[in-house]
Design a protein around this ligand. Structure first.
Ligand code: KG4
Length: 336
């Protein structure tokens, strides 16, 4: 089954053709990051307009790269939430028109379920159940992936997403947008104990997370140093910051894995590219005996292939949409 999939939930327009869930025939992406860098973050209206310009060309490119024609498409899939509403609406409307025109089923895909699916593409042996740490610019969740389309949130951030914190601190440091990757590069060779940052625990909710205090602590440290004319050791600041993020994420996902007992941990989303978090998880899993599934860096960020992969499992579960499909800025992962 060939699924033509679209992703437009934030600042990347992406299209892909995925066969039978796990074989990626094509995966094309148009990033708008350069445009949003000027403003230090995503400007929603610009993002929507760029999706409008790019999406039809990407559909053609995805089919061409796959060596397929329009008649070879068996279903169309699209991210319908969560994300920026204007950006999502572009993808949803285009996918509806494509499914309508081609006379094929339309499959709605939850963005974070898509991120989890990136692991199925990277690891052909991976099957549910497993515990997944989903960390991106908009979400930080620990999820019980009971089955391909059956999921429950075990822990969630009460405020900012981890990626958002990397982005905000990078913006204050003036090292670019999105800030996670530049922060990661800056941290290499830094002393992770040089600066002391808070590790927050949520009372009575041991698997929940909170990052806003850490973000504020880092930004205050930078502003105070500026006011006093002090020079900060930036690699050590970035390394100490990454250590604090990782210290909040890794023990919680290990605790979830211990309690749920599947012996398998996956990681998903843009922040899954972070070298400190990957290293800490590798060490923790080596000690616990859990099998760790990390997506390659190319599949951590937003892409169309992950949507096409998850769409196959949604289709098999009978989850299809009518022509009245809408987009949702917020959508529970368990609802699908
Ligand atoms: O999954 P994604 O592409 O988009 C969302 O669905 O949100 O994630 C983007 C986020 C951004 O916050 C970006 O700064 C972060 O992933 N990110 C990283 C790294 N690479 C990307 N954060 C930490 N370390 C990285 N190496």
């Amino acid at each position: 089954m060939n699924i033509l999939a679209f992703e437009s939930s934030c600042d990347e327009t992406a299209a892909a053709v995925v066969r039978d869930g796990r074989t990626v025939l094509s995966d094309v992406i148009a990033s708008q990051a350069d445009m949003h860098t000027i403003y230090g973050g995503v400007v929603p209206e610009i993002a929507s307009r760029k999706h409008v310009e790019a999406i039809a060309g990407l559909a053609d490119a995805a089919l061409e790269q796959a060596g397929l024609g329009k008649g070879d498409v068996d279903a169309v899939a699209v991210t319908y939430g969560p994300g920026l509403i204007g950006a999502l609406l572009v993808g949803v409307n285009f996918a509806k028109a494509a499914a309508y025109g081609l006379g094929v089923p339309l499959i709605p895909v939850h963005h974070v379920r898509g991120h989890i699916s990136a692991n199925y593409i990277a690891h052909p042996d991976l099957e549910p159940p497993f515990v997944c740490l989903c960390v991106s610019g908009g979400t930080t969740l620990i999820v019980d992936v009971r089955d391909y389309t059956e999921m429950e949130v075990l822990g969630a951030t009460r405020d900012d997403a981890a990626g958002e914190c990397f982005d905000k601190v990078a913006r204050v440091l003036g090292i670019g947008y999105p800030g996670g990757a530049p922060m990661d590069r800056l941290a290499q060779g830094g002393d992770d104990k040089r600066y002391s940052f808070p590790r927050v625990h949520v009372h009575d909710a041991p698997l929940d997370l909170s990052f806003s205090g850490l973000k504020t602590a880092a930004i205050n440290l930078i502003h105070n140093a500026e006011q006093k004319g002090e020079t900060l050791d930036l690699p050590s600041l970035a390394a100490s910051f990454a250590a604090a993020v990782s210290d909040m994420l890794v023990p919680r996902v290990m605790e979830a894995a211990r309690r749920w007992g599947y012996g398998k941990i996956a990681v998903a989303g843009g922040v899954a590219a972070n070298s400190r978090i990957r290293g800490d998880l590798e060490r923790a899993c080596a000690a616990s005996g859990d099998r760790l599934y990390l997506p390659p860096l190319s599949l951590c960020g937003d892409n169309g292939a992950m949507i096409g992969c998850q769409a196959y499992y949604e289709y098999r579960a009978g989850h299809m949409a009518g022509m009245d499909l809408n987009a949702y800025a917020n959508r529970e992962i368990g609802v699908g």
